[in-house]
Write a protein that binds this ligand. Structure first.
Ligand SMILES: Cc1cc2nc3c(=O)[nH]c(=O)nc-3n(C[C@H](O)[C@H](O)[C@H](O)COP(=O)(O)OP(=O)(O)OC[C@H]3O[C@@H](n4cnc5c(N)ncnc54)[C@H](O)[C@@H]3O)c2cc1C
Ligand code: FES
Ligand code: FES
Length: 1304
């Protein structure tokens, strides 16, 4: 049952448990996923329905199951993704459409997406596009880039964009709305009648649920609530649990008693009066929004200023799931420094009614209400009963602004609530309030600034004085928590300036505001997407190769049936493993005290490196890496020991109780500069040289030196590291289920750690919820530790990292510092380049040396620079060890080179594309490592991209726009890419497969590739279908297993399909040949009859296949080689619009042309292209890993680390596949595409840089300037050098330690 009522009895068992845990462990529904546990990703979205006996209405709303306490659910019906449809019965249109639109790749986010839209449709069967987009605002996807998800769900809108009917040029079963299952609201699940009866007749009594560590009391009347609060003043009142829940889960806060206000009707009352609206503190933010919308519509405009300002803020608070449960009172009482509501409530003269048993008091929500971080004037026994929002008065103007690292679903960096009241009929200010969030421990009032304005006319002179006062009044120390000190301070000024402009307009001043576009604009839904690819001709209807076949597991994803590692049912006696990590960056371990942990409930074992029976280290590139720390720790987050207990909560509690004693060691190294100074490297360093660089520099017209820093990037695969190890109890056999890209490495690691032969260990991978390179080396270490726990306890052991642990432990993309010196002629020809790369490898080598090799191999990108020299080094630091990430160093090196080319353009004052074009490879050439290649398709991509993007015309438009606008600037950039496919380590270019044909004709294919969303299984099925000449439906792939296919290579380097597809082709051809005599004997027979006959004739129906790939190599001594089988090419043009006041930008349009040969599956390839582009956009413009000065990672979840969300998709996003491209080096003339287009996200970076240059030009600045990556709003805004950033004095960083490290 997957729409289930929650009754009291169930709740009693699970007091401190969230709904997601209940669905998994009690009801065995694993459809909703656990991506973060903190309400930030939406993977766990389910629908709650409640019957209101007063209105007789059933309310449906989406919630994050990970934050919803089970105790809060009594009387609610929960609908999970399994409840709305299944592949066995009937699909729901919401499930079908995301699948048919190719909207799922790894599928881990899909159930959440489905449930968000399902809930929307339950409330509004024909939503608008804006509603769909807004609904998905709380759901993250790391794979697809969102475009296909929106495209699929757009079909529910009343007005359907034309492209859906032309979707993929009618080549798939997905085209046309008429072929989609219709949405029939009458067929939806009914609300359980027993819950209606229960609600109607409910005995209204206090409920008390007692758990192991917490008692939950849920009173039904205000009196009771107040009485409880007076008895237990320290017990918090829980409402939406969106703040309290995070404290309990992530900060280890313990509340022995929690009082729920959820059933107290008085907390939900709403009263509209002529003087304002009084809203019960228990009202959810969604309810508040509806109430305000109603008021704004019904009241005269002059009364709605505060209401409208609050509405504006509410539409940006969190995602829909959070807004549906988070309450107004909770937001106020939490007193977050960056609450979006408090500044506007305070500015808008709102007040709160506080009540205790002693009585009520009405308190203004002003500067005196917020007394410190998370603190208000509330007494311990008081509650917030209601909030009063007065109507605005004639002549009063109220506005709220916010700036956040991501436009949606992100806490504000700085926000503001501002109000001004004018003397009647004049522009003289009678009253004013200015409140800021995000610039202090609590909501801050700028009173001295306000005093500069009161009594004066609203004009530039007045405001100039106000800015000066504000700079002195709202300050932040150089080490202020959250960092971004200068930016945050400048935002206080620019938000005030925005208000100034707004008020000017309001007053209908005759003075024209400097910018027509200075107001905050809300992004509308993406509007145009065009696909374009050749239809394969001359092949049978049945042959699926080249067709846009849906991902083989798309329906399983959409129905929640897809099984991920943590979804495997709990086995008898199963234990859970939690790791204890180092709290120091560099220290000697003097003692590990496990005694307390061992005595805690449920704990079975605690072990350290000393307990490893086999090898205590792993070696990835010839250098040993400890599995668990031995004696010394070298970074915060290094694994020290492991705790094994009967449940996850017990294991977590016990691991927190392990006491590790340290003695700090000197010489901590965090940055690459420190590493260079102390010669701290993982060897070998690499270098490459071509031509005569010294001479070329001497002869160059210009020589320019520059540098760029690139931050790292967290993989943020939606499924965290997960594994389950089952000891089979016989002959030391171990079965490992893991979410890994490299099952063979896991198998070897487990065998070596336990000191047993590999033949006793089998590793099985059903599917992976995203990997992007992060599930190779780190997973094998974690699997070794988990296997050791299973070995010692002789019981199955599961290990699933929480998001925060995963981010802390497993490392990221290498941050890189690139320094360059470039020589060039006045016509733009680059004649010499000297480039140095320093990659921050972290504390262990992992694959860093291979990464720096790839950095050098790709440093030419598309450019034929005849004299160049370069060196790259993997710097050993005391940070978590960095690892492979989609592109493996290429996105870093290309950024450095393209930045260098961009600088050349800036020095010469030429358009960047002209310099790029001038230096591109033009004819068959040798790369700097002497590999010959023909750049024809690179040039074709480039030309087609320029043409399709209408670059010439739009460049003129951009210039015109920039001339007309002071505070908004546009930029446009085109970027090419040449990306080598294959492993430079020749031995890795191999693959094997095993194909069985069963007597009924069905085919089971096994190969060495793992399915992590990239669609390898779908493509391999297409290959098998063609080779065996059977319909796709006959081919099944169950899992990747080292028992079926041994000695596999990692699914990486965009090479998975190339290699495994060939191996499967080989096996299928063997089988096809074996069946040939039988086919000839009976040409009119069927596949099934031939197979049956073959069996009777004792013909083997099972075959292995093997692919011996290209002999690729790189000789670093001779500095030459053929490290790649071929190149994938692409070009991309992006245009952005930048708000110079806040650094916020939006991508207006992106046109991308990719040469991927003859695509085996265009929809999957386009999915890879778009997903990679969005990941690149994240890398280069928003994703920031932040470390404390002592090396502690701050960014440990979606709350602090922002990946692109649906609001970041370019407004217009066109992807074209280059036609007529052939590739003799890969299967069916296709090309690898998983990684290359990630770099094209940099087109957004360079467009931004151009927009910044336009702003700088207005400020009188010209020539090259430094903009590091990611070009966050902070960096872009500061680089614009507006009058506001210039007003902020430089922070004294020499005397004060900044809040975060400056990496790399
Ligand atoms: C993923 C995520 C994104 C978010 N994004 C934003 C954002 O963009 N902008 C923003 O402003 N906020 C944001 N928030 C914060 C969110 O708005 C608050 O957590 C929420 O409003 C708190 O309300 P609640 O009902 O969930 O409080 P709870 O978690 O239930 O309680 C929080 C605190 O308030 C106290 N409390 C609650 N109600 C009362 C009452 N009536 N009387 C006395 N004390 C009370 C509790 O005792 C507790 O101490 C976000 C939160 C999450 C999890
Ligand atoms: S798992 Fe619930 S929101 Fe991420
Ligand atoms: S498909 Fe969305 S996270 Fe993988």
């Amino acid at each position: 049952m997957s729409c289930f009522p929650v009754r009291l009895q169930e709740v009693r068992q699970a007091v401190s448990v969230c709904l997601r845990s209940l669905t998994v462990w009690a009801v065995r529904l694993t459809g909703s996923k656990y991506g973060c546990g903190g309400g930030g990703c939406g993977a766990c979205t389910v629908m709650l329905s409640r019957y209101d006996p007063q209105t007789k209405h059933i309310h449906h709303f989406s919630v994050n199951a990970c934050l919803m306490p089970v105790c809060q659910l009594h009387g609610a019906a929960v609908t999970t993704v399994e409840g709305i449809g299944s592949t066995k019965t009937r699909l729901h249109p919401v499930q079908e459409r995301i699948a048919k639109a190719h909207g799922s790749q790894c599928g881990f986010c899909t159930p959440g997406m489905v449930m968000s839209i399902y809930t929307l449709l339950r409330n509004k069967p024909q939503p608008t596009m804006e509603e769909i987009r807004e609904t998905l605002g709380g759901n993250l996807c790391r794979c697809t880039g969102y475009r296909p998800i929106i495209e699929g769900y757009r079909t529910f809108c009343e007005v359907i964009s034309s492209f859906i009917s032309g979707f993929h040029h009618g080549q798939t079963e997905t085209s046309g709305k008429e072929k989609l299952l219709p949405l029939d609201p009458t067929q939806e699940l009914i609300f359980p009648p027993e819950l209606i009866r229960m609600a109607e007749s409910e005995e209204r009594a206090t409920q008390t649920f007692r758990g192991e560590r917490m008692t939950w009391i849920s009173p039904i009347s205000l009196d009771e609530l107040l009485q409880l609060k007076s008895q237990h003043p320290q017990a918090p009142v829980v409402m939406g649990n969106t703040n309290l829940g995070l404290d309990i889960k992530f900060k280890g806060v313990i509340h022995p008693i929690i009082i729920s206000g959820f059933r107290v009707r008085e907390l939900f009352e709403v009263t509209e009066k002529p003087e304002g609206v009084c809203i019960g503190a228990g009202s959810s933010l969604s309810t508040v929004r509806s109430v305000l919308e109603k008021c704004v519509c019904s009241l005269p405009a002059e009364h709605t200023q505060t209401l409208a300002a609050l509405l504006e803020q509410l539409s940006h608070v969190a995602g829909e799931q959070i807004r549906n449960v988070a309450t107004l009172g909770g937001n106020i009482a939490s007193a977050y420094p960056n609450s979006d509501l408090n500044p506007v409530l305070a500015a808008g003269r709102c007040s709160v009614v506080l009540q205790s048993r002693e009585g009520k008091r009405e308190v203004p929500l002003d500067k005196d209400f917020f007394v410190g971080f998370g603190k208000t004037v509330l007494k311990p026994d008081e509650i917030v009963l209601s909030v009063f929002i007065p109507v605005s008065r004639k002549g009063e103007v109220v506005r709220a602004f916010r700036h956040a690292p991501r436009k949606e679903n992100a806490l504000a960096t700085v926000n503001a609530g501002l109000r001004v009241w004018f003397e009647e009929g004049s522009n003289v200010v009678k009253e004013m309030s200015v409140y800021y969030g995000g610039v202090g421990p609590c909501t801050v009032s700028a009173e001295r600034t306000v005093q500069q304005v009161i009594g004066r006319p609203w004009n530039e002179a007045t405001l100039s004085d106000a800015y000066r006062a504000l700079v002195d009044e709202v300050t932040l120390g150089a080490s202020a928590p959250g960092g971004k000190v200068m930016f945050r301070r400048s935002l206080t000024l620019s938000l005030l300036f925005r208000f100034y402009l707004h008020v000017l307009q309001h007053l209908k001043d005759t003075v024209r505001p400097p910018s027509k576009h200075a107001g905050q604009s809300r992004q509308t839904a993406a509007e145009h997407w065009v696909k374009n690819y050749d239809v394969p001709s001359g092949q049978s209807e049945q042959d699926p190769v080249g067709r846009a076949v849906q991902h083989q597991a798309a329906l399983s994803h959409a129905t929640g049936e897809a099984v991920y590692c943590d979804d495997f049912p709990r086995t008898q006696g199963e234990l859970f493993l939690s790791v204890v990590t180092s709290a120091r960056a560099h220290a000697r371990i003097t003692h590990i005290d496990v005694s307390r942990a061992l005595s805690m409930p449920g704990v079975v074992d605690v072990f350290t490196a000393d307990d490893i029976p086999g090898k205590k280290f792993r070696s990835f590139t010839g250098i040993d890496e400890e599995i668990l720390a031995q004696g010394e720790v070298t970074c915060v987050g290094q694994m020290v020991c492991a705790v094994v207990a009967d449940t996850k909560p017990h294991a977590k509690l016990a691991s927190a109780a392990v006491k590790v004693h340290y003695e700090d060691l000197p010489d901590r190294i965090f940055t690459v500069e420190e590493a260079v100074e102390k010669r701290s490297f993982f060897l070998p360093q690499r270098e490459i040289q071509r031509g005569d660089v010294t001479k070329a520099f001497q002869e160059a017209d210009h020589v320019y030196e520059g540098e760029i820093r690139l931050g790292g990037q967290e993989h943020f695969y939606m499924e965290t590291q997960s594994m389950l190890v089952i000891p089979l109890g016989e002959e030391k056999e171990m079965k490992v289920y893991a979410s890994t890209q490299h099952p063979t490495m896991v198998q070897e690691a487990v065998a070596e750690t336990l000191g047993i032969p590999s033949s006793r260990v089998s590793c099985h991978v059903k599917r992976i919820g995203g990997a992007f390179g992060g599930k190779v080396t780190k997973t094998s270490i974690l699997a070794s530790i988990t296997a050791l726990a299973a070995w010692r306890s002789e019981r199955p052991v599961r290990c699933v990292l929480d998001r925060g642990e995963d981010m802390l432990i497993t490392g990221a993309r290498h941050p890189v510092l690139g320094k360059y010196k470039v020589g060039f002629m006045s016509d733009g020809r680059i004649t010499a380049a000297d480039v140095r790369y320093y990659a921050n490898a972290g504390h262990t080598p992992d694959e860093s040396v291979l990464v720096i090799e790839k950095i050098l191999l790709h440093m030419d990108n598309a450019y034929n620079i005849l004299n160049l020299c370069s060196q790259s080094a993997a710097c050993k630091t005391n940070l978590p060890s960095n690892t492979a990430f989609r592109g493996f160093g290429v996105p870093q090196t290309l950024m450095v080179i393209e930045n260098m080319v961009n600088d050349v353009a800036m020095v010469l004052g030429r358009p960047a594309e002209e310099i790029r074009e001038k230096n591109m490879y033009k004819e068959t050439s040798l790369t700097h490592y002497k590999m010959e290649f023909d750049p024809e398709n690179l040039l074709r991509c480039w030309e087609e991209c320029k043409e399709r993007s209408e670059l010439d015309r739009r460049r003129l438009d951009v210039a015109r726009f920039n001339q007309q606008n002071r505070w908004k600037k546009r930029g446009i950039a085109v970027i090419p890419i040449k990306y080598g496919i294959g492993f430079a380590e020749g031995f890795l270019n191999q693959a094997a497969a095993l194909v069985h044909i069963y007597k009924d004709g069905s085919v089971l294919v096994s190969h060495g590739g793992t399915e992590m969303g990239q669609g390898i299984h779908t493509k391999v099925q297409q290959v098998a279908s063609r080779e065996l000449d059977v319909p796709l439906s006959m081919i099944h792939i169950s899992e990747t297993s080292t028992s079926s296919v041994p000695n596999t290579c990692p699914s990486a380097a965009s090479f998975g399909t190339d290699a495994n597809g060939m191996a499967v082709k080989d096996a299928c051809q063997t089988l096809y040949k074996r069946l040939e005599p039988i086919r000839k004997q009976d040409p009119n027979g069927t596949w099934q009859s031939w197979v049956a006959k073959a069996f009777l004739e004792r013909i083997s129906l099972s075959a292995t296949g093997f692919y011996r790939g290209h002999d690729l190599y790189m000789d670093w001594v001779k500095q030459e080689g053929r490290p790649y089988a071929y190149f994938t090419y692409a070009a991309c043009c992006s245009e952005v619009e930048l708000d110079c006041l806040t650094g916020e930008y939006r991508t207006v349009r992106t046109d991308l042309v990719a040469d991927i040969g003859q695509s085996i599956n265009p929809s999957i390839d386009i999915g890879q292209i778009e997903g990679a582009f969005m990941q690149g956009l994240g890398l280069y413009t928003m994703e920031e890993l932040k470390f404390s000065p002592s090396g502690v990672l701050y960014t440990r979840g979606p709350g602090q680390y922002k990946i692109p969300a649906v609001c970041d998709v370019p407004l217009q996003f066109n992807v074209y596949l280059l036609s007529g491209s052939h590739n003799p080096h890969a299967i069916y003339s296709s090309k690898g595409i998983g990684e290359p287009t990630l770099f094209l996200g940099s087109s957004v970076f360079f467009a931004l840089k151009e927009a910044v240059a336009a702003a700088r030009s207005d400020a009188g600045l010209s020539g090259p300037f430094t903009l590091h990556s990611p070009a966050t709003p902070e960096r872009a805004c500061v680089a614009c050098s507006t009058c506001f950033t210039q007003m902020i004095p430089q922070a004294e960083t020499e005397t004060t330690q900044p809040w975060a490290l400056e990496l790399p």
